[in-house]
Each structure stands twice: as C-alpha cells, then as structure tokens.
Design a binder for this molecule. Sequence first.
Ligand SMILES: Nc1ncnc2c1ncn2[C@@H]1O[C@H](COP(=O)(O)OP(=O)(O)O)[C@@H](O)[C@H]1O
Ligand SMILES: [Mg+2]
Length: 343
Amino acid sequence: MADVALKGVTRSFGDKRAVDGLDLHIADGEFVVLLGPTGAGKTTTLRLIAGLEKPDAGTVEIGGRPMNGESAAGRDVAFVFQQYSLYPHLTVYENLAFPLRSPARRMDKASLDARVRQVAKMVRIDHKLENRSTRLSGGEMQRVAIGRALVRRPSIYLMDEPLSSLDAKLRGELRLELKRIQKELGATLLYVTHDQIEAMTMADRIGILAEGRLVQIGTPREIYANPANLHVAARLGQPHINLMPADLLPGVAAPAGTRTIGARTEHLEISRARQGSAGLGPDGNAEVDWIEHLGDQNHLHIKVGGHKLVTLADPDLPVEAGDRISVRLKQPLYFGGDGQRLA
Ligand SMILES: Nc1ncnc2c1ncn2[C@@H]1O[C@H](COP(=O)(O)OP(=O)(O)O)[C@@H](O)[C@H]1O
Ligand SMILES: [Mg+2]
C-alpha cells in the first residue's frame, strides 16, 4: 500500500467551494475516516484523490508521487461508491473477478481463482459465489461491492459511505468486518461518512470536515475528549452534548471568557434531591421532565431553569418524571464567545 498526501487542495463548483484548502496526510496502512454532514465535501475529496475530479489548486500525492497529471486509471486506487454498482447479469464470482480480468494484468487462471475465493471468504460471501448478483440482499450486494475493491491490491482504498443504505444490524456487522479486513491487509483506507458511530469504531484517526475544510483531526479518543471547538463537540456523542450558559449548574469554576459549557453524560452528576428540599438550594436544582427507555439505558430529559438537558442514565436510577433531582457538573468542556475551546 502507500501513503497519501493532500496539500492545499481546493475545488469549486461555480461559487461553491466544495473542498477548501484541504491538507491531509494518510499514513501507509492507516484507516482515516472523514466525518461530516451532507454537503461537507466528502465525496468531492474522494473524487479528487481518485482523479475523477481535478483540483483548482493544490496537489495530491500517492506514495510520494504527485498525481496532478495522472489519469484516474493510472492512479491505482479502488473506490467503493455509496450506491453499490454490481454487474447484474454476472454471478458474484464474476463480479469479484472482473477487476482482475483486465488484459493489462495478465493474471493466470489459478491465481485469479485463488484471489477471488480468498476475498469472498473475507467478506463472507463465499457461500453465494454462483448466485446472480441480483439475487442478493442489500447487505450481500454491499459485501460484493467491497470485495470487488479488495481483490485488487491498490495503493489506497477509498470508500464513500458504503454502509449508509443498510439496516442498523448489518451496518454494525459490516463495520466490524471492514475494520478486521483493513487490519489483516494492512490497507491504507480513506472512508467518508456522516455516521459518528462508524467514525468512532473504525478510524485510527477521525478528520472532522465542515464546508470543505478540515476542522480537526485526531484519534477518536482525542476528537471526543478534546474537541477544538463547539462544532466538533457537537459532531460526536449520543445523546448530543448539552450546551448551556456558564452559570446554569454548580460544580465548576469556569475559566475567564467562558460563554458556553458543554456537558456530556460523563460530565453530569445526578442524584436524587433530599426529601422535602423541593426546588430549594443546590439540592434539587432540576426536575426530571421525562424518561425515554432504551432497554439497557435510559435517556433522562431534565429541566433546569429554562433549559433542557439530556443525559444517559442507568435504568435502575430510582427517578420518575416530575421528580426533583440534583445536577452538578464534573469537569465539563468550556467554550469562549468565538466557539473555540478554552483550556
Ligand atoms: N458536480 C457538481 N456540480 C455542482 N456542485 C457540486 C458538484 N459536486 C459537488 N457539488 C457541491 O459541492 C458541495 C460538496 O459536495 P459533496 O462533496 O458531494 O459533499 P458530501 O459528499 O459531503 O455530501 C455541495 O454543496 C455540492 O452541492
Ligand atoms: Mg457524498
């Protein structure tokens, strides 16, 4: 495999800067996930690396080689598109073999067969090799589409939200498999998604993309625990991070300049208010608005002053809607007036 470097890559469509001065280095064998909402520039970034789009400025290097003059075919990348596009008239076997049949490869029959079967096993579709690709479930089709990228040994794999059309259970399974396969192959992989769980579970590093710019890049842990600003903080965490004025809750000494406090579940300490302390003093400063039961956990919706907070709670926490509770902050995140994180 190879490393990939983007330096100041910019691409506009009309007045719209789809990708705006993007600097990004993906190390050899690294799994990088770009996380961003629709329109953030994810697909355009992949297309620029693949050579399907030309940058207005900046360079793309693969394995240290500048790619500016290189055609898509000459770039040695494998692309898995958001909408799987299999050859419907071909079997699973032939779909997987297709990328290996190009005359330029001159692969002998035995090694081609061995490669197809190895990859089919990897993506767990080896029991359906003789099926027409139209006779597969959505999850199976996407396995074939991923397998078709994997039969080649390109410099880099590019994957554009490949799991987004699948149901939750399959997404969960394929997430794990993709991570396992990437490790096994030592593959360099750039994966883009709007799904924070995919980013958190698969990435060696997550890049947060907003309006064509890389806002922050780091390990999932770093991005989650040390977001550079409000935008990044809001991208990760379920339930969504609670944003509140600095003086809403006790338990902190906010640094000078704090405009907003960000509190995730782990930053909120919840306890039942003392009997008879209804609404008075630091005990009983909040009220349970309602409880959403998720099975193994509950979402606790809380009212404090005019604000609403949501936090995860143990289903055994003995509270119900209408109860007074006490909520304190515990090492939350502080943000200034410009939305940047304060130390
Ligand atoms: N071929 C195109 N023509 C015009 N605008 C485009 C084209 N491709 C992308 N864009 C615009 O560029 C922005 C980024 O698009 P895209 O890279 O597809 O984002 P994402 O994949 O993150 O949803 C969007 O505003 C989109 O409308
Ligand atoms: Mg896209």
